[in-house]
Write a protein that binds this ligand. Structure first.
Ligand code: ZN
Ligand code: MN
Ligand code: MN
Length: 280
């Protein structure tokens, strides 16, 4: 079975997010656990946590179908140790928030070398950060997202994710998320049936589909291999509608959250309804 939703807002309180998801017909969803553009956040209030759990039950969405996303300021691969520590502390705080909400995963971007070190060295720093985060927290699986390859962001090669997983000691707490826009933009063509199959098999061979914990469903505004991170509404970009039909009817994507991060919120309900139809 497919579980489909969108990255919904937490404005007015994180406890409102399950209701927002249900309103657009979602059976899964993503959230930030705090303002994604700020370092500091007050701890979640007990009432808010309780209401979140109650609302999740009310809308019949399982905690394992919620895929929280970490904040945008975090760079686990920063060579500057003061800056890396700040990122790591913020990351650990977010893992704690996820755990308190009764959720099971935190989706994150690997990190950026900022032109200050090699990709290889940066991956080692990221892996070290992940291991430290895991050792200082419990329960939550850390879900690495593949990236488009914009700027100095790592994670645009499947090998980057494989290297990170390889270096993580506790394999039970590491997973991956495929972002379709990032995949296509980073040079893995999802627009033809043959190539779609090839890309997913490549992902399986290099990383392992057994590590797949979620998918971000986005079309791409820019062409295949552009290394630009520009999401487009489903069927309106260079990936095209067919690719989402293949994905929705592919059992390899069963039972994990499939999350829209498409730019036009107004049509999320329609996109979800359409994707549900593809999955039948
Ligand atoms: Zn992301
Ligand atoms: Mn994404
Ligand atoms: Mn993106």
């Amino acid at each position: 079975m497919k579980f489909i939703g969108a990255h919904v807002s937490i404005s007015g309180g994180i406890e409102l997010s399950p209701i927002r998801a249900a309103e657009i017909g979602a059976t899964a969803f993503a959230i930030f656990t705090k303002n994604q553009r700020q370092w500091d956040a007050r701890p979640l209030e007990e009432e808010s946590i309780l209401a979140f759990k109650q609302n999740l039950k009310k809308v019949h969405i399982k905690p394992e179908h919620v895929l929280p996303h970490d904040g945008y300021l975090i760079n686990l691969g920063n060579v500057d140790s003061t800056k890396r520590t700040k990122s790591l502390e913020a990351f650990i705080d977010e893992i704690g928030r996820v755990n308190k909400l009764g959720l099971t995963m935190l989706n994150f971007h690997p990190g950026s070398h900022l032109g200050e070190t090699s990709e290889e060295e940066c991956l080692s720093i990221i892996a070290e950060s992940i291991n430290e985060a895991i050792s200082k927290t419990s329960n939550v699986t850390l879900v690495i997202e593949n990236m488009a390859g914009q700027g100095s962001n790592l994670g645009y090669k499947f090998e980057h994710l494989a290297t990170l997983i390889d270096k993580v000691k506790n394999k039970k707490r590491i997973g991956t998320c495929i972002d379709t826009c990032h995949t296509h933009s980073s040079g893995h063509d999802l627009s033809t049936a043959k190539s779609f199959e090839k890309v997913i098999n490549e992902f399986d061979k290099i990383i392992g589909l057994n590590f797949l914990r979620g998918v971000h469903l986005n079309d791409s505004k820019t062409e295949m291999g552009s290394r630009k991170d520009r999401h487009e509404s489903i069927g309106k970009g260079s990936i095209g509608l067919d690719s989402f039909k293949w994905l929705m009817s592919d059992p390899r994507f069963n039972n994990i959250p499939l999350i829209l991060e498409t730019p036009n919120e107004e049509i999320w309900a329609d996109e979800i309804a359409m994707l549900k139809k593809f999955s039948r």
